[in-house]
Design a protein around this ligand. Structure first.
Ligand code: NAD
Length: 405
């Protein structure tokens, strides 16, 4: 088949506003062509992984886009992809099958919605979107277009969590009442502050105004560009950058969806002089309607880990480096057998891309689809809002919105 006859105008085209929307039907032996949007730190990891997979998985990086020319050039050198300053040119390219969206959080929804409108599948970095409202729009559009959206919580390619869910569902742990998980680091001087590249010159080789576009206009600030996670306009800090990885694991393991009530606490306890707007220590409690509390623990000023546990009435499941263990509670020692599960998958972006490629080629189910993305955004964003308003919040399930508890 030639490339034109293989290309079909997307079914359900009524949902698409642009006449440029094409989705190619990718056969098992066809080469998959990828576009990379946002070529910073995380995308560099993705690009290295994808370059390694090129031959074995029959793929190529066709195009790359960034607002900072130095990163754009580096990405093109690494991958051989065509340089595009405006990501829409990648979306207009009929030969691109899926895009990797590795922009900062405040750009996620725009890129996803534009890509879906253009008929492209996506691998989009976490959190799926900056806001809950954006997440709803993304879910609606994925459903309307039937396109594949893999959310970049690559831990979902570690099958420990879906396997743990089998034990939970069959009642092996008894009623799970509490889950605890952490994500902590330590820093000296200031926290989550990235090195600023002095070569970046707004208006010369960096399109700062476009970078800011979804948010408030302001003069160039290198710290905002390089360490955007520290500022509320672009990120929810620990909640949306780190906890999304963690809460998604628990959501998958326990088969949860939306929380019922959420409260978050914390502050700039160690780095009180930092320019960062986000707290350095942040903790959340989420009650889910299934009757379980999920506890997320984090500090950027102490990295002693907390065990990752599902606490059931009859047994405790502990996630370990190699999989998980199940240990009976003393009261049930004679009824419940201990378990040691060795995982086969891993928290690995290559596996996560392969899963998306299999979804595109063979309609295999995604490990982290838009609904998982939505549940993660709701949990994390309720945490941010609770922390910032110092309020205990509830989720109105019928209207899918946050209300005061
Ligand atoms: N899954 C993980 O383990 C993991 C780890 C780190 C980061 N991330 C995620 O990856 C994403 C990027 O994070 P990062 O640390 O690489 O940030 P970064 O700032 O290093 O890179 C983002 C890049 O996107 C570019 N960009 C912004 N808007 C753009 C636009 N409209 N068009 C083209 N390029 C644009 C910026 O110029 C920048 O180079 C975030 O969503 C982050 O949460 C995920």
């Amino acid at each position: 088949m030639d490339s034109v006859s293989r290309r079909t105008f997307l079914a359900g085209g009524a949902a698409l506003s642009t006449a440029k929307a094409y989705t190619r039907i990718v056969g098992a032996n066809d080469r998959i062509r990828i576009g990379v949007i946002g070529c910073g730190g995380m995308a560099t990891g993705h690009m290295h992984a994808l370059v390694k997979m090129r031959e074995a998985e029959n793929l190529e990086i066709a195009a790359v886009s960034d607002l900072y020319e130095k990163r754009l050039e580096k990405a093109s050198q690494l991958t051989g992809g065509k340089m595009q300053k405006d990501y829409k040119q990648i979306l207009d390219d009929k030969d691109v099958d899926y895009v990797l969206n590795a922009t900062p959080e405040h750009w996620h929804a725009r890129v996803i919605l534009d890509a879906l409108s253009a008929g492209k599948h996506l691998y989009s970095e976490k959190p799926m979107t900056y806001s809950i409202e954006e997440a709803k729009k993304v879910v609606a559009k994925v459903k309307a277009t039937g396109l594949k959206l893999q959310v970049g919580v690559q831990g979902m390619s570690d099958e420990s969590y879906e396997t743990a869910n089998q034990y939970v569902k069959e009642g092996y742990l008894g009623k799970v009442v509490l889950a605890q998980i952490d994500y902590s680091r330590n820093h000296k001087g200031d926290f989550w502050l990235y090195e600023e590249d002095p070569d970046a010159k707004p208006g010369v080789n960096l399109d700062w105004n476009t970078w800011l576009l979804p948010t408030k206009k302001r003069p160039y600030d290198a710290e905002r560009f390089f360490s955007w996670r520290r500022f509320w306009d672009y990120s929810g800090g620990i909640a949306t950058d780190l906890f999304v990885h963690r809460v998604t694991r628990i959501i998958r393991s326990l088969g949860l969806t939306f929380p019922e009530r959420v409260v978050a606490t914390g502050g700039k306890f160690e780095f009180s002089e930092s320019k960062a707007e986000i707290p350095d220590t942040f903790n959340m409690l989420l009650d889910y309607p299934e009757g379980v509390t999920v506890q997320l623990v984090s500090s950027m000023a102490n990295d002693t880990p907390v065990r990752h546990l599902l606490r059931g009435h009859k047994a405790t499941l502990e996630f370990t480096r190699t999989g998980f263990t199940i240990t009976p509670q003393k009261l049930y020692e004679n009824e419940v057998k201990p378990v040691v599960y060795e995982k086969k998958g891993a928290e690995d972006i290559s596996l996560h891309h392969k899963n998306l490629q299999a979804a595109i080629r063979k309609n295999e189910p995604l490990k982290c689809d838009c609904m998982m993305g939505y549940y993660g955004v709701v949990a994390a964003r309720m945490g941010v809002e609770s922390y910032r308003t110092r309020k205990y919040l509830a989720w109105d399930k019928a209207r899918e919105r946050v209300v005061h508890a």
